[in-house]
Structures are given as structure tokens and as C-alpha cells.
Ligand binder design. Sequence first.
Ligand code: NAD
Length: 478
Amino acid sequence: MSGTEHDGLFIGGQWVTGSGEARIEVVNPSTEAYLGSVPSATRADVDRAVQSARTAFTDPTGWATWTHAARAAAMRRLADVMERRGAEIAETVSKQNGMPISMSSALEAGFPPILLRMYADTVEALPQVTRRPGMLGGEFEVVRKPMGVVAAIVPWNFPQALAMTKIAPAIAAGNTVVLKPSPETVLDSIILAECLVEAEIPAGVVNIVPGGRDIGEHLVAHPGINRVAFTGSTAAGRSIAQVCGQLLRPVSLELGGKSAAIVLDDGDIANSIESLFGATLFNNGQTCYLSTRVLAPRSRYEEVVDTLAGLAQQAVVGDPLDPATMIGPMVSSRQRERVEGYIERGSADGAKLVVGGTRPDREGWFVSPAVFAGVDNNQELAREEVFGPVLAVISYDDEEQAVALANDSDFGLGGTVWSQDPTRARAFAERIETGTIGINRYLPDPAAPFGGIKASGIGRELGPEAVEGYFDLQTIYL
Ligand code: NAD
């Protein structure tokens, strides 16, 4: 076995020896070759990481006591370091989770520096204390205080972008963090740790505990944690919400989705192929917000199915490190089997597999992009998140039915409206029950709040607004 072997866990600003023997091994999903390993944190290691974050938080001259401007300056240093190592970050992520390199360069390498600088600017402009006259006479002050130690738990599909979506606003507000990356993508967290050291972010402000579900559970329930920020599946989100509910611990949950792409009768998807791909198949279909339920007017149903079939057939499936690749592999053989299970059951349920859904003749855990026609909105393919390159096309008769079908979902994360009339599309978009929605494209922007309703989660990340979720407000009546 030859790969990159890392010793030590990043706790308290140093590489410390973990208390267990177990290691997390990472395999390249495109080649099935071994990539490397890191120590798996134990519960005792989590205790140590939380303690180190608490020490950093309560230090009388530490991070939490710095002025907003001082923290902003440190965050800009980190942004510079991460930007310099961007190519390495993108490649490491793509090798681990199969994300095409064009996407990992833009998002995994691109988002963290943008977020660090944005929250540095945001916090610098936010007063720590505001003084206002009361309505009953006298005055009061409102003090923005950091909450304490934040547990940040992230999945494998966008490991760096989703980690920084939590870390940047959390540390901007003066909190300290314990990050738990997903076992599939632990190697990029080593680079993050190295960047933190190089940028001289004080010891203990960010600590990293690689591990699985058990370690996540221990962290969420830990008495030393003040706030939880989670991205992952709805099932895990529900169980975390239960624990946090019992503890009355603030939590934000970014969960799964089954968003609708609503093609209106004047929608021109054939001339929006690039945007359509980004909205429906981005990152091998392993993206939470994708519009994988395509609602097509009955009058144009065949045409929509043909356009999507063409999109799926023309998408270049291959090595994620090749800049021309549009679709890489599923993250693991287990995930491929799960996706294939949905495809099998979709056909058994009576939907028509128009294209794809097979294993290309090559090594790695690939599934060729699949399009199903004749799907009913009550079928599993329309109700559950597949998390693979599988689109389900559903027909509708009129706009009212399109709205009803789009909203008839347990989820409410993303969605898209396709129309040549911006006013009509804009009015239609507002009728869809979802946290975010795009018109003729879907592109999450760091400056725009992102998150879901219903089974897609609670709370919003991104945008300057998100930083407020990492402060406690204290009112002092004067
Ligand atoms: P997952 O829920 O299995 O795991 C996510 C992370 O949580 C991992 O680090 C895992 O180890 C940890 N974890 C799992 N169960 C836990 C528990 N009970 N307590 C604490 N930690 C726990 O999800 P996954 O399969 O790794 O990721 C894919 C899912 O993430 C999809 O459902 C996708 O839609 C969702 N996702 C959502 C968003 C969003 O912003 N809404 C973004 C990306 C991914």
C-alpha cells in the first residue's frame, strides 16, 4: 500500500498523538486505489479537542476577546494561505470524492477564501455593542457575544466549502470550533490544519477530529459544546435535532433535498444546457440542492425528455482530474449500490429508463447519468433523495398543477424555474415552498443565505446574515 500517511490529530494548534490505534483509510473512487490514511479520533480525543477549544475560548486575552478588526485581520491571513494552496486543495478533494476538478477548483478551493474575507468584512462592520434609547425611558445596550465552542460536522460531497461555511462565521464572531470531517474526505482536512498553522490562527481556535458517526454523536452531545452546525442527511439531522432539543443547544441543520426543476411552457432548456447541467447533475448528482425532479408541461413532455437524455448522454464521464470531465464516480462502492438500487426500483415501479443508469466499462464506482420518463410524483424516484446522477421527469397539465406537484415534497431546499419571461418566472418562483430557488440557472452565492425548510433543515448558512447565528445577544438595561 502506498499512500500519504498522516500521524497525529490537529488539536490545540499542534499535531498530537491520538489515544486509539484505528486509522481511517481513504480510497480513490475513480481508480479504487489507496490514497492514504489518518488516525481515527476516539471519544477521549474528542474530549481533548473540546477542552482545547474551551481553553482557547476562555483565555482572558484569547480569540473571543479580540476586537472584530483583529479577528478579521487573522481571517484574511488564512484566506491568503488557503488561496495559495488552492490547487492542492482542489486536487485532494477530487481524488477523494470524485468531484470533477473544474468544480472543485471553483468551489472547494474557491469558496473558503471568499467566505473568510466576506465574514471578515461582515464582522468588522458589525458593532460589538449598540446603545439605544428605550421606549419606557432610559437606555440599554445590546452586546454581541460569541457563544462558545461550535461543533461543525460536515459530509463528504463539499468537504472544504461546507466546513468553511461554518468555521468562517463562527470564528468571525469569536467562537472556537471542533470540526468533524467525514471519513471519506479526511485528507483535505490535513491541508486545512496546515493552513491554520501557517496563518498563525491561535492554538485551539480550530481543532479537527476525523471520525465516523459515533464520533459525531459524541461531539454533538458533549457538555463542552455551545452550538452545533451540521450538514448531512435528513436522517442524521433528525437524530442531532433530538439531542440538541433535549439539551436546548442551538443547532443549524442543512439536510437533504429533492428539488423540482419546473419547465414552464415557454422555457428554453435546449439553449440553456450548461445551466441545466449545473442545476440537475452537478458533482455527479451528489449535491443536496439539485433539481432532480423535472416537471414538464404535457404539451412539451417528449421534447423535455429528449433534451435531458441528450444532456445525460453528452456529459463527459471520466477521470475527475481531467478538466474536460463533467461526471465523476460515486464516492464509494456502497453509494453506487445505493444509487443502483433506486434505478432498479424506479424501473420496477413502472418508470421508463430512457438513458444511462449503467456501469461504464472502466474501473471506479461510476454510474452513467440516467433519465427516467413517465415518473409519478408519488413514486420513490420522485420522493427520495437519490444522491446520484438520476433525473425523474414528471408531466403536468397547467401551472396550478405544476405548483402543487413542486410543493408536494417532504423537502424544501432548492429548485429552478425555466421560462423566457423573467417576470413570469419570478412570480412563479415565489409560489414554490423552498429555501432557495433559481431562475434559468441555480448557483449558490456566498453572499446569499442558503438553506432549507421542511425536511431540508432549519436555519440558514452563507450570506452576511449567517454570522448573527453565531452570536448570543446580551441586553444590559442602563
Ligand atoms: P450523513 O448524514 O451520513 O453524514 C454527514 C456527516 O455527519 C458525516 O461527517 C457523518 O460522520 C456525520 N454523522 C452521521 N450521523 C451522525 C449523527 N447521528 N450524529 C453526528 N454526526 C453524524 O450524510 P452523507 O451521506 O455523508 O452526506 C450526504 C447528505 O448530506 C445528503 O443527504 C445531502 O443532501 C446532505 N447535504 C446537505 C447539504 C445542505 O446544505 N443542505 C449540503 C451537502 C450535503
